[in-house]
Ligand binder design. Structure first.
Ligand code: SF4
Ligand code: SF4
Length: 462
């Protein structure tokens, strides 16, 4: 039986048996990652350049090699075999181990950076952070921080796993283009350009210079220190201030009106970029229950209200100098938001729990930016997913692989357009549908096919 036949055979009880080529590729990736761990726990004894480049290059080569040897002989598109039996992708032992390692890394990153080897400004780094010093020196002329290490590994993950994603869905132009887009925005606008600009403006205090410089995703945009640093940051600082405000108030609403929230969540955002690439093996783990939908709506809008209130109070303090409003101290409030939402939820749970709760936990339950874009998408946008109900065979592929937990099949069976605030327009439901039922489209709002709840039927708004 050929490799192609094996992948499609329901009778094949071991779809995860690896070929020799796949095993070698995994071994190469493993050596690359092992070097990272040796550097991490090697203190200051390691030769940084002897570890850095071999580690990054071997990890990348192993990832690309594994992708080619896995998908080259298989038909394009989704592979259902083994998804719900493989330990890594079905909350088995490997899934839990991956979740614990990822969560542990994020805990160190946010709250215990010294455990990664970060020694603070002006003191020599050790361990993992020291390993990245040569690259940091090359890009911005100063030693690395834990955030530089994170940015590099994050970008590498999106590039390598993005390549894998493109190969898997190479028949689908939408998937190929949007994956190239997130790979580009992460590499250029979230990593290289901000790092180079920091090197060129080393006399200026920190202010965000990347594509996340948009409130409320960048929750500290209006905090006094950030506003002052932008105002004192010369023409670049002024550009970031004006462009950040314009992005929130003008550019984002216009783009969302024409294309839905997908323009940002699935084409630009780094959080979405990681979820769509490195998180792809876990997208089926999203909870599809009504209970999860209820929790989602309460949580995401509660966090949106919270950040609006926190920002209003922060601006009040900025303009009046008064940080105490009754029993509320605005500085304590903003640091609580930063700790619980900005770090614990978006970082530790948002990525650390990929192998347990799916790849879009933060985007679905927490991101206030997604909440705003979702409201616009639902009520003021031309975007919808159309369904050709007569063709649906109720296989459920679409619902299974919707990372936002939307029961797509429910809409498809009724021939109803999908107009959901949470839909990030990733297009995977359409890509995995064997019958071509679903299409991501833009059109006049009045032509959306939606349920008329008053008569319980399907109504075409024309
Ligand atoms: S409904 Fe489809 S396009 Fe929307 S998030 Fe789910 S899989 Fe992606
Ligand atoms: S819309 Fe497509 S993927 Fe979804 S249940 Fe129907 S046939 Fe299956």
């Amino acid at each position: 039986m050929s490799q192609k036949d094996q992948s499609l055979s329901l009778a094949n009880p071991h779809p995860h048996n690896l070929s020799a080529s796949q095993k070698l590729a995994l071994a190469v990736t493993g050596i690359g990652l092992l070097l990272l761990f040796i550097a991490w726990f090697g203190g200051s004894a390691i030769q940084t350049t002897a570890f850095l480049w071999p580690s990054l290059i071997l990890t990348a080569i192993g990832g690309v090699w594994y992708t080619l040897s896995t998908y080259r002989h298989l038909p394009e598109g989704i592979k259902n075999n083994g998804v719900f039996t493989a330990s890594l992708t079905s909350r088995g032992a490997l899934g839990w181990i991956a979740g614990i390692v990822l969560t542990g890394f994020y805990v160190c990153l946010y709250w215990y950076p010294h455990l990664l080897g970060f020694s603070g400004e002006g003191t020599a780094n050790t361990g993992l952070v020291q390993m990245f010093d040569p690259l940091s020196q090359m890009l911005k002329g100063k030693a690395a921080s834990q955030w530089f290490v994170y940015g590099t590994l994050y970008t590498l993950a999106i590039l390598v796993m993005g390549f894998k994603f493109i190969w898997k869905y190479r028949h689908n132009r939408y998937q190929v283009l949007r994956t190239i887009s997130v790979m580009f925005f992460q590499t250029a606008f979230a990593f290289l350009i901000p790092e180079l600009l920091e090197g060129l403006n080393s006399d200026k205090a920190y202010f965000a210079k990347d594509i996340k410089n948009m409130w409320p995703l960048n929750y500290y945009f209006y905090e006094d220190w950030h506003l002052n640093n932008m105002l004192n940051g010369g023409s670049l600082g002024m550009f970031m201030l004006v462009s950040g405000i314009l992005m929130t108030l003008v550019i984002s609403p216009i783009l969302t009106y024409f294309y839905g929230k997908r323009w940002y969540c699935s084409w630009v955002c780094g959080c979405g970029g990681l979820a769509e690439t490195a998180g792809d093996p876990f997208r089926q783990l999203s909870d599809k229950s009504l209970r999860a939908w209820r929790i989602e709506r309460i949580l995401i809008y509660a966090i949106l209200v919270l950040i609006v209130v926190v920002t209003a109070l922060v601006l009040y303090t900025y303009f009046t100098g008064n940080a105490q409003i009754g029993p509320i101290n605005t500085y304590s409030l903003r640091s609580m938001y930063g700790f619980w939402i900005g770090a614990a939820f978006s970082g530790v749970i948002g990525v650390g729990f990929y192998p347990i709760m799916g790849s879009r936990v933060w985007c679905r339950f927490g991101c206030p930016m997604a909440a705003i874009l979702g409201i616009q998408q639902k009520f003021f946008s031309r975007f919808r997913i159309t369904t050709n109900g007569a063709q649906c065979i109720s296989c459920g592929n679409c619902s299974t692989y919707c990372e936002m937990g939307i029961d797509v099949r429910h809409y498809a069976q009724r021939g109803q357009d999908i107009v959901r605030a949470s839909c990030v327009g990733c297009g995977i439901c359409a890509a995995v549908c064997p019958r071509g039922v679903l299409k991501l489209e833009n059109g006049p709002q009045e032509s959306r096919k939606v349920f008329d709840l008053t008569d319980g039927g399907i109504k075409v708004n024309v």
